[in-house]
Every structure is written in C-alpha cells, then in structure tokens.
Design a protein around this ligand. Sequence first.
Ligand code: DX5
Ligand code: ZN
Length: 220
Amino acid sequence: MSIRIHPSILSCDFSRLSEELDAISAADMAHVDVMDNHFVPNLTFGPPVVERIREVSPIPIDAHLMIEQADRHAQVYAEMGCASVSFHAEASAAPVRLAREIRALGAKASLAIRPATPIEPYIDLLAEFDQILIMTVEPGFGGQSFLDVCLPKVVRTRQAIDDAGLEVQLQVDGGVSTTTVARAVAAGANVLVAGSAVYSAENRSAAIEELRELALDALR
Ligand code: DX5
Ligand code: ZN
C-alpha cells in the first residue's frame, strides 16, 4: 500500500494560484474541490478554472466534485485531463455507469461518501472504482476538525478492499493534520488530503514531507 499526499488547494491564496500549485510540487496530486452551492453550502469554481489549474499544475489533478447531478457534470473533468475524478454517491443515480464513463475517458474513477453515508451499499461495487473517498468532515469548508467517528468506516472499507483482493485506493479528506494522519492511516487510508495543514505552513514542501513521514510511520 503506497502512501500518497494530496494537498487541497481550497486553503491556498487564489490570487496566486499558479505559485501555490508550484509550492506543492513535492506532493503526489493536487486536490481540487469543486463546489456548486447546492450539494454543499459553498461555491468554488467549475470546468474553465479547473482546466487552467490542470494546465499549469506541475502535478496531476485529483478533482473532488461536491456537486449535484454528478451523472451529467462529472465527465467534463475527465475529458479535460484530470487524473482522478471523485463524485459523490449521494449525488449520483447511476454510480457504476458514471464510473465506467470516467474510466473510458481515461481518468481514475473515485466514489466519495459523506460522513453519514454507509459504505455497505457499495461493497459489491468496489471493483468499479479506482478509489473510495471517505469524508472525515462534513464537506463544504476547509479547516474543520477531523471526525474520528468516521474511522470505523475506513476500517471496514479497507477490510472489504483487501478481502476482495482489489487495488482500490482509500482516500480520507477533511481535518487531516500532523495530529490525525496516523489515525487515518492506521484505520486503512493510504491517500491523505490535507488543505489547511499544508497551506497554513510557511514551508509547504516541509509540511507535505512531515505528513508523509508520519503516515509511513503509521504504516510500519
Ligand atoms: C472539504 C474539502 C476538503 C478540504 C480539506 O469539503 O473537500 O478537501 O479542503 O481541508 P482541511 O484539510 O483543511 O480539512
Ligand atoms: Zn475535498
């Protein structure tokens, strides 16, 4: 299981987007939070901005779509070259069909679930996805506290992935920091999203490496 660190640019200085992307070039992917003010009570940006982010980013893009009607709006993010596209189970009527469409367009397909959404209805569908994203805060804002109540779900998801002999990545997003990253990894997560923990640090590369080291320690 490889550890991957995906800083969320939600906490960056949007007036200096290009430099803020360069500052996280030591990470594995840039996590880009798309919010529509309906699925979550916050609004960020849509396809034209994400496309420019992809063009200038030194690392691949991990798009996290917190939008309604994912079945209609997720494909464009795969078409524009995002490496991974996460859509929410709560916003998709046909997650298997959508995951297949995303994969056919050349991107990794990732299923995201909110804290109150169980993994169990999706256990038999795991092979359809490259990644499961378990939210460890209520989606919508950066800088919230990590929800430890979500960890048993991370454990059950990791168990199900391993039982099925699958190579599905397990991402956690929300409140990941130097104090919580070890618990997330111990529960079975291997892809760690961190927004405020990286962008509040003076030295973003050092913050990424510190999270990576703590995660690797928790793996041993
Ligand atoms: C929240 C977003 C997260 C957020 C994480 O809805 O999906 O990606 O940016 O920020 P932190 O790491 O500050 O909780
Ligand atoms: Zn996110």
